[in-house]
Design a protein around this ligand. Structure first.
Ligand code: TRH
Length: 377
């Protein structure tokens, strides 16, 4: 009998919660042959990532995953063999009661947010006893041995490498999203929260020697982009030029297309959690806009990642990288650090590629979850 898995996703804001759980659910089905139900409380957020889904349907099969609307008034269902609450979302009380009452015991996991902080490996996979006698295990994704790893589909790196080795594939993809590249232009993608540092980056790009094509999927950064560009409101498809900078607004892409965008670009600005990981798999230099937390807790996470990512880079490249990421995340001017970073372009590109391969040599998150379940049985 196939093991059954329930994944619960409560959408707090943005697309990271559903982005991660939808990706994980698909992978558990496609690569591990599991029967997966994904419970989502925000149908609109799901449809954004899976446009073929019907937000009105309480139950639907999408890419082999049974996608269920998670209603406010929970209706009893038989719990699965493995239950994942994503990012500490609160499971329905009656579901927890049913888990405890189930004849065959249930593995209960809380999938945590990604962090490169050193304490993660020490907390990964620890159980915590819950009221009612059940244990809940804390499963931490991460970058180092002793963590749960990163979400990565089995053939992702091979697909990405084949795409990047095929200039036709890149052109065909760019054409399919309406992009034609000015000759000799550097291609950059931009996905970020509102950011007062943006204007300084755009200034630097506009006054550079080399043309840049900046591709911006629709989202929260458009207000700052518009403030800098002026003129009519930015709609999908808008193309504007200022100096050496060409800006194009793209529609919000499917996750597959977004991967191809990251693979196509020379440099990617990403945010949150899932796009941050996808940009690493792209093997290209990146800039991370981390999700802000109270008391600047996110800045420690930023530095924890930088500390492991920058290892092996020259001093100059490290300094440029750290100062660019700090300025971007603190809303300061990035012009100087961007120009410094450009001086280390080839080194940073080789480093990004090596980083992706090194990370890909570790077990991926879905496989780690499945192995954890098998060990627990
Ligand atoms: O949307 P986010 O800012 O999500 C955030 C983070 O996950 C954060 O940690 C969490 O606390 C908060 O949500 C609630 O960024 P993230 O994680 O990159 O998720 C975006 C998803 O959208 C990701 O799966 C990639 C996908 N995406 C597309 O599919 N198409 C697109 O065009 C773009 C720009 C993104």
């Amino acid at each position: 009998m196939r093991a059954t898995w329930d994944i619960f996703c409560s959408v707090v804001d943005n697309y990271g919660d559903i982005g991660v759980t939808w990706r994980l659910a698909r992978q558990l089905v496609a690569e591990h042959g599991l029967a997966v139900r994904l419970w989502v409380d925000d149908a609109q957020a799901f449809v954004r990532l899976c446009p073929q889904a019907d937000p009105q349907q309480p139950t639907q099969k999408q890419q082999g995953v049974e996608v269920r609307h998670w209603p406010v008034d929970w209706l009893p269902v038989e719990p699965a063999d493995v239950v994942i609450e994503a990012f500490a979302c609160q499971l329905p009380q009656s579901y927890i009661t049913a888990m405890a009452a189930r004849e065959q015991k249930v593995l209960w996991l809380n999938l945590e947010y990604l962090s490169a902080e050193a304490w993660v490996a020490g907390c990964h996979a620890l159980p915590s006893l819950q009221a009612g006698g059940l244990s809940k295990f804390f499963f931490f994704p991460g970058f180092t041995a002793g963590t749960g790893g990163l979400l990565r589909e089995r053939d992702l790196i091979a697909q990405r490498q084949a795409f990047q080795a095929d200039a036709q594939a890149r052109h065909a993809f760019l054409r399919s999203v309406g992009v034609s590249l000015p000759a000799g232009a550097r291609l950059i993608s931009l996905f970020a929260y509102e950011n007062t540092a943006l204007a300084s980056w755009l200034d630097a790009l506009a006054s550079s020697d080399q043309p840049t094509q900046l591709l911006v999927p629709e989202g929260r950064i458009l207000s700052d982009l518009h403030a800098w560009l002026g003129g009519p409101a930015l709609q999908v498809g808008a193309v504007r030029q200022r100096g050496q900078l060409y800006v194009q607004v793209l529609p919000f892409l499917s996750q597959e297309q977004y991967d191809q965008l990251l693979w196509s670009c020379d440099f990617n600005a990403v945010r949150g959690e899932d796009s941050f990981v996808r940009a690493q798999w792209a093997g290209r230099p990146l800039l991370w806009h981390i999700y802000q937390q109270a008391d600047d807790a996110h800045l420690e996470k930023l530095d924890a990642f930088l500390a492991i990512y920058q290892a092996g880079l020259s001093e100059g490249a490290q300094a440029a990288l750290v100062s660019l990421w700090h300025a971007w995340n603190q809303g300061g001017s990035v012009a100087q650090s961007w120009n410094q970073l450009l001086q280390h372009g080839p080194e940073l590109s080789a480093h990004a590629d090596a980083w992706a391969l090194q990370q890909a040599s570790q077990v991926d998150l879905a496989a780690a979850l499945v192995q954890f379940y098998l060990n627990w049985l």
